[in-house]
Design a protein around this ligand. Structure first.
Ligand code: TRP
Length: 341
């Protein structure tokens, strides 16, 4: 590697962390508490790159006007949660052509068998049986390109993305071995544990923005009255006591949400609502969620009125992202044997 020759001590480089979010719907309270809430801290602590993964979103059919709208909404959300576009690289994936270019190349270093084993592919092809497209199949390769282009050291992943990160590591190792060290091998970032928020209507299922029943999820942009109402109608049990336990999935879920918003432990919560019914508890949970999301919602509303600013952030982000991504792509193209333009 060319910088190995330098002997002068290098200033300690911050680790690069990268994550992306699909604009395939408005993120839920689950996305927020489980992941987004931590991104601000990660952006402060590390050298962050955060993208709106619109190329990934079209692996399932999207309505064009909606996709366009949601892409900007999600970008505004990233700003609203406090990510600083001067510090972190914030961008829209499709604005940086290197993602699609590297993904194509990496497709040729990925085996059909490996992709066939991806559990998310199996689940999604069952859910969208009428549109099992090749993009859906090679989705993890595009995700590998997202990560490897930026030489990311760390990727914060939830359980459902672990397998995809694993394959990104495999592809990177394979390429590095076949040619010479090219890609940083990304590690999963296991941070402060976010809540795994379940559906309010079926607490055995993860809360999902694509759930046909809107009462099952809270969108990060829901108005306070809507939030309170949805929590009120959350499924519980007939035991009537607030504590964390077996067979109390609905209450466990609300306790998880409340704990995440207030920082209280389950024991403290159980003590707080001892002898009170679910009604009182649900009101408290609803209010805690409203307060948790208030600054995000307010900041978001403000940003969405300023489309020119959003476009400017996207343009600057794409430029910064391209600078990093193109460097990696050039290296790859050279090693593979392409005549460089
Ligand atoms: N597949 C991820 C999800 O649906 C989104 C994503 C795309 C991503 N590219 C990524 C996450 C790169 C981390 C790193 O949640």
């Amino acid at each position: 590697m060319d910088n190995e020759k330098k002997t002068a001590p290098q200033p300690e480089r911050k680790k690069r962390i990268l994550s992306c979010i699909q604009p395939s719907g408005i993120p839920t309270l689950g996305n927020y508490l489980g992941a987004l809430k931590n991104w601000k801290t990660l952006g402060d602590e590390f050298d962050g790159a955060f993208a709106v993964a619109d190329l990934h979103a079209i692996t399932v059919r999207q309505e064009p006007a909606k996709l366009r709208e949601q892409t900007l909404q999600v970008l505004a959300l990233l700003l609203a949660i406090g990510l600083d576009p001067e510090k972190s690289i914030l961008f829209i994936q499709s604005h940086v052509p290197a993602h699609a270019q590297l993904a194509w190349i990496l497709n040729c270093y990925t085996q059909f068998g490996e992709m066939s084993r991806m559990t998310q592919f199996k689940d999604k092809s069952a859910a969208h049986a009428d549109n099992v497209n090749v993009g859906l199949f090679s989705y993890p390769v595009l995700m590998a390109a997202d990560i490897l282009l930026y030489q990311a050291d760390l990727v914060p992943v939830g359980a459902d993305q672990k397998q995809h990160l694993e394959i990104a590591r495999d592809i990177a190792n394979r390429f590095n071995t076949l040619y010479s060290p090219t890609f940083t091998i990304p590690e999963p970032y296991i941070g402060k544990q976010g809540a795994r928020v379940m559906s309010l209507q079926n607490p055995l299922k993860k809360m999902s923005k694509s759930d046909p029943n809107p009462k099952s999820f809270i969108s990060v942009f829901d108005e306070p009255a809507v939030i309170l109402k949805k929590i009120k109608s959350a499924v519980t049990d007939c035991d009537g006591k607030v504590f964390y336990g077996d067979g109390k999935d609905g209450i466990n879920n609300l306790m998880g949400i409340y704990a995440c918003c207030t920082g209280k432990t389950y024991d403290e919560i159980a003590a707080e609502f001892d002898g009170q019914g679910y009604g009182v508890f649900k009101t408290a949970v609803g209010e805690a969620v409203v307060e948790e999301l208030r600054p995000v919602r307010e900041q978001y509303a403000h940003l969405l009125n300023d489309k020119a600013y959003l476009k400017e952030v996207a343009a600057k982000g794409a430029e910064r992202a391209s600078r990093v991504a193109d460097r990696t792509l050039q290296k790859v193209m050279k090693k593979v044997g392409f005549v460089l333009p």
